[in-house]
Design a protein around this ligand. Structure first.
Ligand SMILES: Cc1ncc(COP(=O)(O)O)c(C=O)c1O
Length: 451
């Protein structure tokens, strides 16, 4: 039942008065969409308006909204044992089962699962474990982390520094000087096929040499840069990254917070290129967002090091809610849904339909360029001139206007990153829903650009 206007007005007033939202900017909340319920790929707001959730909310609602199985899994576990202590000498059944399940699903070389509550905590922990490992190896100078431009890794202080989007740094400095970024090397001559945002693996090599390999603990990368605008890698990028990391003894942390659990049409994105990371960060789709949970998962080599600590050391890293039994029970049930409903395969099929649809509708458009898609994650660039890729004046807010038109006229919700439109619907999306998303993008681009 839609809410009455005076009730909605009161909610908006209270929201503005008290609720500090992520990426807060008060004017964004003067006329908010207030969601009330969801089912499948559909969200309904308090006015009763329905929208297709074309970003799986925040890339996370893999199995779609309104899944009673997950509510039952949470309720059942809460009645039995909602929470218990998982610190020294204690454990719980769902967490043990989920750790074993995750270890089974991820890359063969990964064995030890440390549960967190978010992607930020996963990346923070991944960096800490990398430093810890090098200390155990008697190489305490290996402390730096190299991250990439346009990467997004989270909202803690360290993961803010890892994030390669300067807009996230403003007024939070100084950031750690031991977290550094790749950049295009001067006089780069190579025959690499670049990633869709222009980067190639030699940018990493240049950064390692610039910093000094003996100072670098790890490199972190998302297989597909997500929140930075959806930028896909070239076919040999991650194979080269693996070789470079091995050559300079740098651990490779794969941030699969978005790409993990099927998003790219594989359980984990690097499978596509036969590459294995030393540490894997996950979150989001492990529980489809029904309850918060994440993890970092370490290689057998790192696990062995953690199991044979000197007597004066412990891996003193902990969260009260690590290995939370209720979150683990939801995670187990969620992964069963992904398996039983063959959602990884659906992500590949529907992703290809989405990519084909976008290319067909907008491939030759005067103001659209660089349509990219890998499985069920896609992006496109809105530009002043597609032939030269000359961008729009950023103050024109073209990306924002397209996303707003999609929502208001097309009933499709997604995000924009500057003038990039990004799409990642739930993995359960069907063909008609994909076509409706494409139609909404097409109509919005036409309305906003006049073409
Ligand atoms: C690739 C990536 N890493 C890390 C994070 C941070 O995750 P969280 O917001 O759960 O802390 C995000 C969030 O969007 C992400 O996209």
């Amino acid at each position: 039942m839609p809410l009455e206007q005076p009730i909605i007005d009161a909610l908006v007033r209270e929201d503005l008065a008290h609720l500090l939202h992520p990426q807060y900017y008060a004017p964004d909340h003067e006329a908010p969409v207030i969601f009330d319920h969801g089912e499948g790929v559909w969200l309904t707001d308090v006015r009763g308006r329905r929208y297709i959730d074309a970003l799986a909310s925040l890339w996370n609602v893999a199995v779609g909204h309104g899944r009673g199985e997950l509510a039952e899994a949470a309720a059942g576990q809460m009645r039995k044992l909602a929470f218990s202590n998982n610190y020294v000498g204690f454990s719980n059944v769902p967490a043990i089962e989920l750790a074993a399940k995750v270890a089974d699903l991820v890359y063969d070389n990964l064995e030890g699962v440390f549960f967190t509550n978010s992607g930020s905590e996963s990346n923070e922990g991944a960096f800490k474990v990398a430093r810890f490992f090098w200390n155990l190896r008697g190489r305490p100078s290996k402390v730096k982390l190299i991250a990439r431009e346009r990467a997004y890794h989270g909202g803690t202080l360290a993961t803010t520094a890892m994030t390669g989007l300067p807009v996230f740094w403003k007024y939070f400095g100084p950031l750690s000087t031991e977290i550094v970024h790749t950049s295009k090397p001067d006089n780069l001559e190579c025959d690499c096929a670049p990633n869709t945002d222009g980067e190639c693996a030699h940018w990493l090599e240049a950064a390692i040499l610039r910093e000094g390999p003996e100072t670098v603990a790890a490199f972190i990368a998302e297989p597909v840069k997500g929140a930075g605008g959806v930028w896909t890698p070239s076919a040999d990028y991650f194979r080269k990254i693996r070789e470079i990391c091995d050559r300079y003894e740098v651990l490779f942390i794969a941030d699969e917070v978005i790409t993990g659990f099927g998003r790219t049409g594989r359980w984990f994105a690097l499978e596509r290129w036969g590459v294995q990371p030393d540490v894997l960060s996950i979150a989001k789709a492990i529980t489809s967002g029904y309850v918060p949970m994440g993890a970092f998962i370490v290689s057998g080599q790192i696990l062995d090091a953690l199991k044979s600590l000197p007597s004066d050391a412990r891996f003193m890293h902990a969260y009260t809610n690590s290995a939370h039994p209720t979150a683990a029970a939801v995670g187990l049930r969620n992964l069963r849904i992904i398996e039983e409903e063959r959602l990884v395969e659906n992500a590949q099929a529907m992703g290809d339909r989405l990519g084909d649809g976008l290319r067909h509708a907008l491939g030759g458009h005067a103001h659209v360029t660089n349509i990219r898609q890998l499985g069920l994650i896609a992006g496109l660039s809105l530009v002043e001139d597609a032939e030269t890729a000359r961008p729009f004046d950023p103050t024109a807010g073209v990306g924002r206007r397209v996303a707003t038109h999609m929502r208001e006229q097309g009933g499709v919700i997604t995000r924009f990153v500057g003038d990039q439109i990004v799409l990642a619907p739930p993995l359960i999306v069907n063909g008609d829903e994909v076509d409706a998303i494409v139609a909404a993008v097409d109509a919005a681009v036409a309305a906003v650009t006049g073409n």
